[in-house]
Ligand binder design. Structure first.
Ligand code: IPM
Ligand code: MN
Length: 346
């Protein structure tokens, strides 16, 4: 497959990666346009197919993410997504029907979210990556409701944790730690209360750790981790945690690392049995859509993840470097400046 060519391949200049682009709703299309502009400046060639999906499309003709569309998406090397969701659609419909369906159906079992910066009130920088399990936990939707709307209503919502699902996530975190300077992994959970799921996570973590004698390990309860994110974020290198804890913790990670406008993510299928999906952590922000003020950095950094995963290491590093020094201005001005820096450094 063309996309498997790497920088070491002499024919690299001819490698064209086939990318499905879902601009989505609100600021999604605006920030994705800048991300694509910046990738173009890096010299990496993308063959882009736009998919009109999201809340607006759903309101128009009812399509959220049909099976034929999903089958189309499977043919691509990667998916770049802006943001989906609009206030005109009830919560849960687009999230479950599009975003979570993609994560589950494409088996994007790792949600990788890096955070670097100097937190509020901190003097020293932090630099850590949260590895969030992305296909299990409460997100599976186990549970149900009985006698809804009556005084006798019963609602249950379970958390699904499989030995296979937990192990592949934990293993990914250890392998990632091995590539980093500190070689340190922290398991974050709530083993003192969620004793069934917590026990599976802890035992799996301890067992996998034995295979990585060079990796130093730690454990924090989720509530304590929230304090450390604010008061002592330098303690972290790689964090591994379940789907829901990871969701909450990564918003806090964004808040202490320059804001959600710069928080990027990679939804990965490391086995590469299909495309992985790359998206900013932020949502569609309908309140600022169309005003040209959205920060495209999170989308640009998500494109950097994508380039890294496609083997375009040099271009990916150039994108990341270009985003280190802050830029201000409109969405387009920020994109232009980052593109200029990338071009100059490649
Ligand atoms: C995220 C988002 C999603 C999640 C929502 C939109 C379903 O908050 O990617 O963090 O909860 O995973
Ligand atoms: Mn979230």
């Amino acid at each position: 497959m063309v996309s498997q060519k790497t920088n070491n391949n002499p024919s690299r200049d001819f490698a064209v990666h086939r990318i499905a682009v879902v601009g989505g709703d609100g600021i999604g299309p605006e920030v994705i346009a800048e991300a694509l502009k910046v990738v173009d400046a890096s010299g990496v060639k993308l063959a882009i197919t736009n998919f009109d999906l999201g809340g607006a499309r759903y309101l128009r003709d009812g399509e959220i993410l049909s099976d034929p569309t999903l089958a189309e998406l499977r043919k691509f090397d990667a998916i770049l997504l802006g943001a989906v969701g609009t206030p005109a659609v009830a919560p849960g419909i687009i999230e479950r029907g599009l975003l979570l369906k993609m994560r589950f159906e494409l088996d994007l079992y790792i949600n990788r979210r890096p955070f670097a910066g100097v937190g509020p009130g901190q003097t020293k920088p932090h630099d850590f990556i949260v590895i969030r399990e992305n296909t299990e936990g409460p997100y599976v939707g186990e549970g149900g409701v009985l006698r809804r709307g009556t005084p006798h209503e019963i609602a249950t919502q379970g958390s699904v944790n499989t030995a296979k699902g937990v192990e592949r996530c934990v293993r990914y975190a250890f392998e990632l730690a091995m590539t980093r300077k500190r070689k340190h992994v922290t398991l974050v959970h709530k083993t003192n209360v969620l004793t069934f799921a917590g026990d599976l996570w802890q035992r799996t973590f301890d067992r996998v750790a034995q295979e990585f004698p060079n990796v130093v390990t730690a454990y924090n309860h989720i509530d304590a981790a929230c304090i450390y994110f604010v008061q002592d974020p330098q303690r972290y290198d790689v964090i591994v945690t379940d789907n829901l804890f990871g969701d909450i913790l990564t918003d806090l990670g964004g808040a202490v690392s320059g804001g959600i406008g710069v928080a990027s993510s990679a939804n990965l299928n490391p086995s590469r049995s299909g495309p992985s999906m790359f998206e900013p952590v932020h949502g569609s922000a309908p309140d600022i859509a169309g005003k040209g003020v959205a920060n495209p950095i999170a989308a640009i950094l998500s494109a950097a993840h994508m380039l890294e995963f496609l083997g375009e290491t040099k271009a990916s590093e150039a994108l990341r470097r270009a985003c280190v020094e802050t830029v201000s201005g409109s969405t387009i001005e920020v994109g232009d400046e980052i593109a200029r820096r990338v071009k100059a450094s490649i």
